[in-house]
Design a protein around this ligand. Structure first.
Ligand code: CO8
Length: 259
């Protein structure tokens, strides 16, 4: 497949690497990029030579969230009726091989959610995690109110989702959002080392362990995710969401009307 927004590599040590590649917009997650990531993950899942995957944006930025310019004209009816990006996110949720997220720089909104969909998150000292959707008149729609709460606890998740403030790599480590923090510029190679260690293990055993941890972690999560997605679609009916996204695109401060 010819990819426009990602780079895909198969390394000899059984590791597949997917690199988000829209640097001019901080790897904003447009539908095509999500489609490409989803197809690459499916390919790796079906490839018996691949034992683990690294998902990264490279050593500068992970992703600054869903593509706001693409969503600026999205309305509630079409998002809900056509299940806007639901299947792409679900491929990420359902992958069977372990994925290590290697985060440098911003992991915001859908970017933070994408990292949390991976099985292990590692970052470098430049990493900044956040759920800033509230600032553009919407809310997380791919796990930000659910997985973040399970990862960092209610108080910190409320703080992050309600203020839109970011946390740095130290806080992310202290709160258990990431497994390890590496020196600036080294996170991709370190993530590959972790993935290569996993790829050297028995694939069915790795899969059983992963399933088993997810069974524990995800009990009662699905109902929350379904409700969250519908609530995200609901924000598309608000004037404030239109104002927030237009203000971002026009590079001005949003004036919310609480409607
Ligand atoms: N979408 C589209 N374009 C973006 C995005 C984005 N998320 N982030 C940055 N860009 C673009 C900018 O528009 C700009 O483009 P241009 O040069 O053409 O004007 C370029 O990237 C550089 O950005 P800035 O000039 O703003 O760079 P700064 O270094 O000043 O700031 C930030 C960097 C802090 C990352 C800033 O760009 C920012 O705040 N970005 C938006 C972050 C955000 O709000 N993310 C959340 C998006 S909403 C979301 O993710 C919801 C997911 C829901 C999934 C639903 C599933 C059902």
């Amino acid at each position: 497949m010819n990819n426009k927004y990602i780079l895909v590599e198969k390394l000899e040590n059984g590791v597949g690497v997917i690199t988000l590649n829209r640097p001019e917009v901080y790897n904003a997650l447009c539908t095509q990029l999500l489609n490409e990531v989803s197809a690459a993950i499916k390919d790796f899942d079906n490839d018996t030579n691949i034992g683990a995957i690294v998902l990264t944006g490279g050593n500068k930025v992970f992703a600054a969230g869903a593509d706001i310019k693409e969503m600026a004209n999205l309305d509630f009816a079409s998002a809900y009726n056509n299940e806007f990006v639901k299947k792409e996110w679900q491929t990420l949720e359902k992958h069977t091989k372990p994925i290590v997220a290697a985060v440098a720089g911003f992991a915001l909104g859908g970017g933070c959610e994408m990292s949390m969909l991976c099985d292990i998150v590692v970052c470098d000292t430049t990493a900044k995690f956040g759920q800033p959707e509230v600032k553009i008149g919407t809310m997380p729609g791919a796990g930000g109110t659910q997985r973040l709460t399970k990862a960092v606890g209610k108080a910190k998740a409320m703080y992050m989702c309600l203020t839109g403030d970011m946390i740095d790599s130290k806080e992310a480590k202290d709160y258990g959002l990431v497994a390890s923090v590496f020196e600036e510029g080294t996170v991709v190679e370190e993530a590959i080392k972790i993935a290569s260690k996993i790829a050297s293990m028995s694939q069915p055993v790795v899969r059983l362990i992963k399933e088993s941890i997810n069974n524990s972690y995800e009990s009662s999560l699905q109902a929350g995710l379904e409700a969250e997605r519908k609530s995200f679609y609901t924000t598309l009916a608000l004037d404030d969401r239109t104002e927030g996204m237009n203000a971002f695109v026009e590079k001005r401060k949003a004036k919310f009307s609480n409607k």
